[in-house]
Design a protein around this ligand. Sequence first.
Ligand code: ZN
Length: 205
Amino acid sequence: MGLKHPRAVESLTIRIMGDPVLRQRARPLTAEEITSKATQELIDAMRETMHRAPGVGLAAPQIGLPVQLAVIEDRETSMRELSARQRKERERKPVSFHVIVNPALTLESPPEVEFFEGCLSLPGYLAMVPRARRIKVECLDHRGRPRTIHASGWYARILQHEIDHLAGAVYLDRMRSTTFTSLENHKRFAAAGTAGKNAPVAPPS
Ligand code: ZN
């Protein structure tokens, strides 16, 4: 299967739940494919699409391509609604733009840190999702070079979310189902409190 993608940077459409591509296991990319012009343009287009959404991560299946590639970036502007305390609780720190290809995930702590999480493929909804605090990801970067990422806190959450997408999984498969809520109702009911888990949420990925 060749790597085809839309040409125009502006035209990537984020696929919504119900699209079979979101439930497909993505295939690995070859070294040749990673360094190809098509993939480099795809990365640029995904970055643009992630910024525009806005989100903190985007996996190729979310724009209709079942290949094992995701882009990640958590900018200061994405967390401006969070207080210092909320950032600390979430272990949320800026993460510069980077690409993961063909990742292998190892959980280095139990999946028991719970915060609200959203997904660009299920816009307007959130749920509490337990995730591992600490992980290791072995992958290739945007130039096909091997890379080992040791991540913790919110960055580890983003990586787990994106790597799930590459296996055809979404947060619905892992969430505490009784916490599932519309974003609007989350703001209306849950965010009435000021502390911790009832706080404003992070952009989805
Ligand atoms: Zn998602």
